[in-house]
Ligand binder design. Structure first.
Ligand code: NAI
Length: 253
């Protein structure tokens, strides 16, 4: 039994992952902008630094794993916020915790999306991977919300793939899940948004297994990837999306 840190643990997928891990006997620490064990704004460098310091102090005795689920949806009108929370709130947090994660042989799970392969601006993705927040936010301001969202998720996934081998060499196993449409407060807000509502209804109706995902679907996959039954799984992006990615990109894997 160990301690897991879950960003975005106050709601939706992050909350369900925390509850699943607790039901297996683990301790969890949530990091969120509200209602959390560690309250921090992961959109800003200062907030991330504060979160890192608090996580290190709280998990000095042991850290089994880190899940980065904090995120905002494409309906949010502030594209810089989508950029900062969804990419830097995950990747920079992991980078700053790297030595601590290595010291505890922890595993990491990034919550990406099945939007990750969707249309975006490659220059935006490149600037994220270069850690250039200023350039990324400037490019995001010229883009629509969904390509910003999918670009952050593409960059999170590429970052995971590019760093999986080096992290494994330090004893840290990193993987990602790509949730499909999942009923949470975030997806409800996207569905309520007039810019997205109708398209989302058609998107949901086209999910091959015939239903949207639940936070518990994501929690089951997360618990498996984080735990002892998955010690040979490293650098994987697992789509948990009822077959949607396979339907949209049948020849890619
Ligand atoms: P949610 O809105 O229920 O949970 C997101 C959590 O992130 C909230 O507790 C929120 O307070 C926290 N958060 C937002 N901004 C923050 C900040 N600046 N600092 C700290 N915490 C912050 O949303 P949901 O659906 O559970 O999303 C979790 C992750 O799953 C996100 O990364 C999202 O992009 C991803 N995802 C969700 C899908 C869905 O259909 N719900 C589909 C694919 C990916």
């Amino acid at each position: 039994m160990g301690t897991y840190v879950i960003t975005g643990g106050a709601s939706g997928i992050g909350k369900a992952i925390a509850e699943q891990l607790q039901s297996e006997g683990h301790q969890t620490l949530s990091v969120d902008i509200q209602d959390a064990d560690i309250v921090a704004d992961l959109a800003s460098p200062e907030g991330r630094n504060a979160a890192v310091a608090a996580i290190m102090q709280a998990t000095d005795a042991g850290l089994q794993g880190l899940v980065t689920s904090a995120g905002v949806g494409s309906h949010v009108s502030n594209n810089a916020l989508i950029t900062n929370v969804n990419y830097f709130g995950s990747v920079e947090l992991i980078q700053k915790l790297e030595d601590h994660l290595a010291a505890h042989n922890a595993s990491v799970l990034l919550v990406s999306s099945n939007s990750a392969p969707m249309e975006t601006n490659p220059e935006f993705v490149q600037s994220l991977l270069q850690g250039d927040a200023e350039r990324a936010c400037a490019l995001a301001e010229q883009m629509q919300g969904h390509p910003v969202y999918s670009g952050t998720k593409q960059a999170v996934t590429l970052w995971m793939r590019r760093n999986a081998a080096a992290f494994a060499g330090k004893g840290i196993r990193i993987n990602a899940i790509g949730p499909g449409y999942t009923r949470t407060p975030l997806s409800a807000a996207v569905e309520d948004n007039p810019d997205y509502g109708e398209a989302i209804k058609q998107f949901i109706a086209s999910i091959p297994v015939g239903r949207p995902g639940t936070p518990e679907d994501m929690a089951d996959a997360a618990s498996f990837l984080l735990g002892d039954r998955a010690t040979f799984i490293c650098g994987a992006m697992l789509f948990v999306d009822g077959g949607h990615d396979a339907m949209m990109r049948p020849d890619s894997f």
